[in-house]
Write a protein that binds this ligand. Sequence first.
Ligand SMILES: [Zn+2]
Ligand SMILES: [Zn+2]
Length: 345
Amino acid sequence: MKAVLFEKFQEAPKLVTVEDPSPEAHGVVLRVRATGVCRSDWHGWMGHDSDIELPHVPGHELAGVVEAVGKDVVNWKVGDKVTVPFICGCGSCSECHAGQQQVCLHQEQPGFTHWGSFAEYVGIHQADLNLVALPESMDFATAASLGCRFATSFRAVIDQGKVSAGQWVAVHGCGGVGLSAVMIAAAAGANVIGVDLDPAKLALARELGAVAVINGGEADVPEAIREITRGGAHVSLDALGHPVTMTNSILCLRPRGKHIQVGLMLGEHAAPAVPMPKIVGQEIELLGSHGMQAHRYGAMLDMVASGKLDPARLVGDRISLADAPEALMNMDKFRSVGATVITRF
Ligand SMILES: [Zn+2]
Ligand SMILES: [Zn+2]
């Protein structure tokens, strides 16, 4: 199969031909029909993820069709149209038994713990637990964007944030995760404030339901949010993963508000200074959010089917596998509005 592979961290990945994967007994092999290019892939390529063994094929935001099925798999057959959470549960640890596969103790992540979907085929572990059936009507590029950014935002806003109608929700960073969060929080009935440095992203945040936007380059962000909300947001998300957005997110909350850290903080940002006096004095909750387990996809897909959520609006450029190395290496430059998706292999 064709695959995009890198042999050293921070060295340009190459389009190469490698052996086709075969399914494990409990797994499947998917023919990849679309796969998103994500900042997490860039972190992996930079060498920020200790799970990655070289040489490596990145890619974790995928949708495709079942091509081959392991002998122990009972729920899936060749030809099924599916996606998969970027965190795949093992099926046998205490977290998986509790239904919390997104924090599985022995998790597999395509594109991190094993070769991912910047390729014609990808192997997926524990298929009965981890695959999610896709509606026939959903196109592959949209489905690929669900697996990481959109599902991650759904869990952050709905399951971790427990956002409800009438609350003020601030979203710091309006890239793929942030714009998804804006749309989802607005659909849940919240008043959403989008924050970014890029006017184009702020305009899109407004189109997707933000009632106010703030350019972080021009304003004191926490103060502006406290003013708009008359006291602070109920729930605030750092959708980027940077010390500045994290700090602004905590400082813009009202007493007993919730900060949700969605953006990864790795490398030089792995141990940021946290404004602890406010957290203690105002009983602020700090929550992480990490992907979403397969069994919660149904709720999200039903909101897509009913038209309340429209993830297709977040798909940006569609590129070919040959374009993937360039797109991957430039992921930290935040050029695109919307998700870049590989759709030609
Ligand atoms: Zn991702
Ligand atoms: Zn597990």
